[in-house]
Design a protein. Structure first.
Ligand code: ZN
Lengths: 321, 290
């Protein structure tokens, strides 16, 4: 059983109680079935109520859940014949991003995603899913390779951000991210990006210049973390909860702003509660998106991507006399 | 402070009005300016005549967008674009528009970038000049839109695009919309590039965050002014993350040059001539006449 989050505490408590009651009923040889049934109905109602009224901060907690499915979990569930390809060919292999080739419903595709770890050990190896420049350059290399062989590209976004470190700056973190934005704009193959966890700033966007952008229901996409926003805006990182609301970072916010194309429903309580069911939702989403994009020509794909980003922005245009 | 007093001269310009170069350089109120680097005191006029570069230590002062126009473009050729765009408040942050209003009044700009067309030593170019006196040069929707429109105009007229960056990064108050301006400007630059056109990025102090990680780094030539602070993450954030002392020159233009991240550093005094030469060298060979 995975660790519970604050907002779902009542659900977890009730579920535990029902479990205890079942145990007792078994050994006491008393028929408690109607009582148990009543409680289970109440549990369903409570779940529905709590999981349908999640605050932005609750969703941040789910998006950051240690057991939340990662890129590699979805690769295993959704694609077949996956072969991981490593390295940027100039510096090294950044394990904070993984990528490779696979097949999806019979179609060869390239898959690239940020990769967090689930244990401390794996997180250290994967730098907590925070890439260095060579990670972005590996991603770009694989995208260009996909373009050559006319494979659609599927990107999973799941990072707190590009790594803020000395070596990253020395090797051109800014240029690596910028280059991806620029080159992704010109890709002649369909590009689909899905935010599966945290979409943190430029480090997320560097896998996000896509024809179709989706977000899992409890994922976030933001220019800065809620903690960072709180400390800049109000000089107090403990106001992260308020910042999570003010900054409009949920899937629903981004859908409303017209930035993303759709929201992938999550299983009750979050993707970590049922990886296979979640993967199926995601698979259906990718399948639908690909069927729309596969019919577009190279020029149409590039124009489509151009128009998509071209129209993002809120401003007032005054009449010129 | 001298720069502030010069800012007040940057009255709002009408579209198409010719800039009076002498007026831009007129005598500011503060007579003396102390160099923040070497602490020497100079007549402000002497400093202005020296393109706001300290004659003693070569410290490059920040410049306003209009000051750069005056030292860069051929006299009377600059036409400003899109002054009719106004910032809105998509996330409804309290007092956001008041702050915009104050900086707009202070700088004479509608937002943190001035865009337009003009000539440099006879060569027609489209330019965008960011002004860090306006909300730290941060990029929100209007900055992203003005830059994108300028790039599109350069593409339409088959002209080189030159940008002077000066920015703390994305505009927090516009949230993820400001993040998306990185992508918007980059897709526009890709289209400009695909037409075989020249883009020169000149990074001035400071160029960080989302601006550094988008158009600032995408020049066919990436140039910087001496000592400019350029980087993705802030120095303090990095120090907290890596828990090690960073070198004194970390994230300076010179540091980037040494690490292979820049084509060149140009002193402000040679900037105009070098840019003119670069543009001319590209006219002879590659500029498509489609
Ligand atoms: Zn000095």
């Amino acid at each position: 059983m995975s660790k519970s989050l604050d907002f779902e505490e009542p659900v977890v408590k009730l579920r535990e109680k029902i479990g205890e009651l079942k145990e007792i009923a078994k050994s006491a040889e008393v028929d408690m079935s109607s009582e148990i049934e009543t409680l289970e109905t109440r549990l369903k109602q409570l779940e529905a109520k709590i999981y349908s009224n999640m605050e932005p901060w609750d969703r941040v907690q789910v998006a950051r859940h240690a057991q939340r499915p990662t890129t590699s979990d979805y690769i295993e569930e959704i694609f077949s014949d996956f072969i991981e390809l490593h390295g940027d060919r100039s510096f090294g292999d950044d394990e904070a991003i993984i990528g490779g080739i696979a097949s999806f419903e019979g179609q060869p595709i390239t898959i690239i995603g940020h990769q967090r770890g689930k244990s401390t050990k794996e997180n250290i190896r994967r730098n907590f899913g925070m890439p260095h420049p060579e990670g972005y350059r590996k991603a770009l290399r694989l995208m260009k390779q996909a373009e050559k062989f006319n494979r659609p590209i599927i990107c999973f976004i799941d990072t707190k951000g590009a790594y803020p470190g000395k070596a990253a700056e020395e090797r051109g973190q800014s240029e690596a991210i910028a280059r991806n934005l620029f080159e992704m704009a010109g890709l002649k193959v369909p590009v689909i990006s899905v935010v599966i966890g945290e979409g943190g700033s430029g480090g997320a966007l560097a896998l996000g210049v896509a024809n179709k952008i989706y977000m899992l229901e409890n994922s976030t996409y933001s220019v800065i973390s809620p903690e960072g926003a709180a400390s800049i805006l109000w000089k107090d990182a403990s106001l992260a909860k308020q910042a999570a609301e003010a900054m409009k970072i949920t899937a629903f916010d981004l859908k409303e702003m017209g930035i993303i194309d759709g929201i992938v429903n999550e299983v009750a309580g979050g993707a970590h509660r049922d990886v296979q069911a979640q993967a199926l939702e995601l698979k259906n989403c990718i399948s639908e998106a690909l069927s729309q994009l596969n019919s577009l020509s190279e020029a149409e794909l590039i124009d489509d991507r151009y128009e998509k980003f071209r129209k993002i922005g809120e401003f007032i245009e005054e009449e010129v006399n | 402070m001298a720069i502030r007093s010069l800012l007040s001269i940057n009255k709002k310009k009408q579209k198409g009005v010719i800039v009076d170069r002498n007026k831009e350089n007129s005598f500011p109120a503060d007579l003396m300016t102390k160099c923040p680097e070497c602490k020497k005191i100079y007549l402000t006029k002497e400093l202005d005549n020296n393109l706001k570069v300290c004659p003693n230590c070569d410290h490059h002062y920040k410049m306003t967008a209009w000051e750069r126009v005056s030292i860069l473009m051929d006299e009377g050729t600059f036409v400003s674009f899109d002054e009719n765009l106004r910032t809105s408040n998509p996330l409804k942050f309290p007092s956001y528009l008041d702050k915009i209003e104050i900086d707009s009044h202070k700088t004479g700009l509608n937002e943190a970038v001035l865009t337009g067309m003009g000539s440099i030593d006879g060569s027609q170019v489209v330019v965008a000049i960011m002004d860090s006196h306006f909300r730290m040069g941060s990029m929100g929707s209007v900055v992203g839109e003005k830059i994108t429109r300028a790039i599109e105009k350069a593409t339409e007229y088959s002209l080189p695009f030159i940008i002077f960056t000066a920015s703390g990064g994305a505009r927090m108050q516009e949230g993820v919309i400001s993040l998306m301006q990185m992508a918007k400007t980059s897709v526009a630059l890709k289209r400009h590039s695909d037409h075989g056109l020249l883009f020169i990025s000149i990074m001035t102090h400071p160029t960080t965050g989302g601006v550094s990680a988008s158009f600032a780094s995408l020049g066919d030539l990436n140039i910087a002014e001496p000592q400019a602070l350029i980087g993705f993450a802030g120095r303090r954030v990095i120090e907290q993350t890596v828990r090690e002392k960073l070198p004194e020159d970390f994230q300076t233009a010179e540091f980037l040059l040494a690490h292979g991240q820049l084509d060149a550093i140009f002193h402000r005094k040679e900037m105009r001539d070098k840019l003119a030469t670069i543009v001319k060298l590209h006219q002879k060979g590659g500029v498509s006449n489609v």
